[in-house]
Design a protein around this ligand. Structure first.
Ligand SMILES: Cc1cc2nc3c(=O)[nH]c(=O)nc-3n(C[C@H](O)[C@H](O)[C@H](O)COP(=O)(O)O)c2cc1C
Length: 246
C-alpha cells in the first residue's frame, strides 16, 4: 500500500502515519505512474475543498490500484471536500478527520490547541485506518450546507500565489532558513529575511515552523503556532524541502 500525503503542520502526516503503508510526500512525488494493491492520499482541506498542490498531483499522476482512498483533514468545517476529491479521481473510500485548524487569519491557535481533546481526533483516525485496512468502500453524503460553503469559497479563492507579499509581515528573522525548508513549493529564499516569490501554496508551513515566530499573517488571532505533536520538524522538512529533493 502507498499513502501519499500533503502537509504543512503535520496533521495530515500524523494521520497518514497511523493509516500506514509506504508514505510518500506529494510535494516530492515525481513519478508519472504509481502502482500498488492499495493507494491513497491524505491532505488538508483548503477553502472547503482540495488544495491546488493535491489537485495538480492528481491531474498529473496516474494511480493504479484495486483500492483507492482519500482522507481529508480539516479544522472546523470541511464543506464539500469529500465530494470534490472524488470528482478528481474515483476513490473507493473517502473520509475526513477533524483536528486543529491551522488557518491563522481566522483561528486562534492557542484556542485550537485547547479544543483538540474534544475533537476525538485520535479515535477518528483509528476508525478510518481500520476501514482502510478492511478495504471498506464508503463515500459520505455531502449536505447542502457544505456544498453551499464550497461553492461560495470557490469564488473567493483563498489560495493566492501572492499571499505572502500581501498578507505577511516579517519581524525578528534570524535567517535560520527553516521557512524555506518547510515550503512545499520552493517559494522562499532567505536573504536578510525571507523573500517570497509569487508561487505560494498558502499552506502557512513557514509561519507555523518559524522558531522565532517572526512570520506574522495580517489579522492573525494569536502569535501561537502549531505543529502536530506526532510529527517532528525534520519530518516536515523531509516532506517539503524543494532545495534537497530526495
Ligand atoms: C489556506 C488554508 C485553508 C483552510 N481551509 C479550511 C477549511 O475550509 N475548512 C477547515 O475545516 N479547515 C481549513 N483549514 C485548516 C486545515 O485544513 C487543517 O488545519 C489541516 O488539518 C492542516 O493539515 P496539515 O497540518 O497537514 O497541514 C485551512 C488551512 C489553510 C492553511
Amino acid at each position: 500500500m502507498k499513502t501519499f500525503y500533503f502537509t504543512a503542520t503535520g496533521n495530515s502526516l500524523a494521520a497518514a502515519k497511523r493509516i500506514g503503508g509506504e508514505l510518500i510526500s506529494i510535494a516530492k512525488a515525481d513519478e508519472k505512474v504509481y502502482r500498488d494493491d492499495a493507494i491513497g492520499i491524505v491532505f488538508p482541506t483548503y477553502g472547503f475543498s482540495v488544495p491546488k498542490v493535491v489537485r495538480r498531483f492528481l491531474a498529473e499522476t496516474t494511480l493504479e490500484a484495486d483500492y483507492l482512498f482519500a482522507v481529508a483533514t480539516y479544522g472546523s468545517t470541511g464543506g464539500a471536500v469529500t465530494r470534490d476529491v472524488r470528482r478528481l479521481l474515483d476513490f473507493d473510500y473517502v473520509n475526513s478527520i477533524l483536528t486543529v485548524d491551522n488557518f491563522l487569519p481566522i483561528f486562534d491557535t492557542a484556542k485550537q490547541k485547547a479544543k483538540l481533546p474534544s475533537k476525538n481526533t485520535a479515535e477518528r483516525i483509528e476508525r478510518v485506518a481500520e476501514d482502510i485496512r478492511n478495504r471498506k468502500r464508503f463515500v459520505p453524503e455531502c449536505g447542502i450546507g457544505g456544498k453551499f460553503l464550497t461553492a461560495v469559497c470557490s469564488k473567493i479563492n483563498i489560495e493566492m500565489p501572492d499571499f505572502p507579499r500581501k498578507f505577511f509581515r516579517v519581524e525578528g528573522c534570524v535567517r535560520c532558513g527553516i521557512c524555506a525548508k518547510v515550503c512545499p513549493v520552493g517559494n522562499i529564499e532567505v536573504k536578510d529575511a525571507p523573500v517570497f516569490s509569487a508561487n505560494c501554496a498558502c499552506c502557512l508551513a513557514c509561519a507555523h515552523a518559524c522558531p522565532e515566530k517572526a512570520i506574522h499573517v495580517k489579522g492573525e488571532r494569536s502569535a501561537e503556532r502549531w505543529r502536530n505533536p506526532e510529527v517532528s520538524l525534520e519530518e516536515i522538512i523531509r516532506a517539503n524541502n524543494q532545495k534537497e529533493r530526495i
